[in-house]
Write a protein that binds this ligand. Structure first.
Ligand code: AMP
Length: 425
């Protein structure tokens, strides 16, 4: 028996019936990105593996376990490329590569596209999934107002998509040196108790103590439950910065909850971090997340510090969250042509071209037959008008046009069709 193929595990086909939801989401997003003056930047779907390792951090789960590396055709060449697991690293790579720091003080980009992670697939968690996101990048551009703008943009988007009520959690990690203080504070409080955990977790938390804050392990959760996150590890400047972010969010009437344990899995975040979740989605409830990452550009070889902030929203999750709100509108066309005899198909084909040339959508049946069977195809197509070509029409050089919603039929002279199309599109 010949092999039948199916879509790879952890990936999904987006069939024509649901693609309208995707296009709708993309259209809304593009309008908002323009409204907030973010411009699209498209980067390749794969990059040097090292770019992701350096930007996301060697100790992160994505880099350690989920990178989908590309195998080189040549056996002697170790593959230096991996499919992109997220969008930020490539945007910053491009920003540095094209010397944008010298050209514009603040660059605001958006992106949309597939991302790849070798995860264990489940509902809302795929190996190829889609993200849309923004990055606002520029040396010396960090501002609490910009942080609030980026968060508000994401809030606007999620509301415009019709997502279920969602939660916005915010926190600050402070500057890079505050973050080190925060890490020491965590280590100081947890070191003596880490050995209560599984060896693998101990090792992972010793490599990056922040990971314990993200951990789903019950024992790890218990360890941090009674810590008093008083923010004393933050400098006065960082606290003031965060206070301003919060008051800018208040002025935009954005509702949020401050969660001092929120750190985000990736190493490069500094200062403001935030996360959106929809509790109705179950275990995979994160709709998106983001934060400021002033330290990343230097890590990627920019030679200077370049401030940056961004977010990424998971597009599959958005559609799950907004599922109740969407009406799937079948994509319909204006005209559908049927020929009551095979002999008229050539004429129908020619007519279809005339109609399409007027910028009017049209489709046709490529087989002749009875009115009854062909009208079934016309109805299915969702066309506003059906053109019927029968013996009588051909002889008289006319067309019968059926207005589908009323059932009314008109006769139109063939040489008047272009005129007719102007008022019946
Ligand atoms: P992250 O870059 O991990 O913060 O992801 C940002 C958002 O992308 C998450 O909040 C999810 O909505 C979405 N996302 C991340 N990983 C996956 C995945 N494997 N499948 C589907 N969506 C994902």
């Amino acid at each position: 028996m010949t092999q039948r193929f199916s879509v790879p595990r952890g990936t999904a086909d987006i069939l024509p019936d649901t693609v309208a939801n995707w296009q709708n989401m993309e259209r809304i997003a593009r309008d908002y990105f323009q409204l907030f003056h973010y411009r699209e930047l498209r980067t390749p779907c794969f990059e040097e593996t090292e770019l992701f390792a350096r930007s996301m951090g060697q100790t992160t789960e994505v880099v350690q376990k989920q990178m989908l590396r590309l195998q080189s055709q040549k056996e002697d060449e170790s593959s230096p490329f991996a499919l992109r697991p997220e969008g930020t690293a490539a945007i910053l790579r491009a920003y540095i590569q094209y010397g944008l720091v010298k050209q514009e003080s603040l660059s605001k980009f958006f992106y949309m596209g597939p991302m790849f992670r070798g995860e264990r697939p489940q509902k809302g968690r795929l190996r190829q999934f889609h993200q849309m996101g923004v990055e606002a990048i520029g040396a010396g551009t960090a501002s609490p107002f910009l942080d609030a703008e980026v968060i508000a943009l994401a809030v606007n988007l999620l509301k415009a998509f019709g997502c279920n009520p969602f939660q916005l959690k915010v926190n600050t990690l402070g500057s890079l040196s505050d973050k080190n203080q925060f890490a020491s504070w965590l280590r100081g409080n947890l070191e003596s108790r880490l050995n209560q955990l599984e060896p693998e977790l101990q090792q992972s938390f010793r490599a990056n103590i922040f990971r314990i804050l993200d951990s789903k392990d019950p024992a790890a959760k218990a360890l941090i439950r009674d810590l008093n996150f008083d923010g004393n590890y933050l400098s006065a400047e960082s606290r003031e910065y965060f206070a301003q972010v919060k008051s800018a969010l208040d002025s935009l009437r954005v509702e949020y909850t401050v969660v001092p344990q929120l750190v985000r899995g990736l190493d490069y975040y500094t200062h403001t971090v935030f996360e959106f979740s929809d509790p109705s989605l179950g275990s995979q409830d994160a709709l998106g997340a983001g934060g400021r990452y002033n330290g990343l550009a230097r890590q990627l070889g920019a030679g200077i510090d370049i401030d940056a902030i961004g977010f990424a929203l998971g597009m599959e999750r958005i559609l799950l969250s907004a599922a109740g709100q969407q009406s799937i509108v079948p994509e319909s066309i204006s005209y559908y042509i049927i020929s009551l005899d095979e002999a008229f198909i050539g004429k129908a084909f020619w007519l279809q071209d005339i109609i399409r040339r007027q910028g009017v959508s049209c489709d046709m049946s490529y087989r002749g037959g009875s009115v009854k069977s062909l009208m079934r195809s016309a109805n299915k197509s969702g066309a506003k008008y059906t053109i019927i070509l029968g013996q009588d029409e051909i002889i008289k050089n006319e067309l019968t046009v059926k207005i589908m919603h009323s059932g009314e039929q008109l006769r139109v002279a063939l040489d008047q069709i272009e005129e007719f199309l102007k008022n019946h599109r």
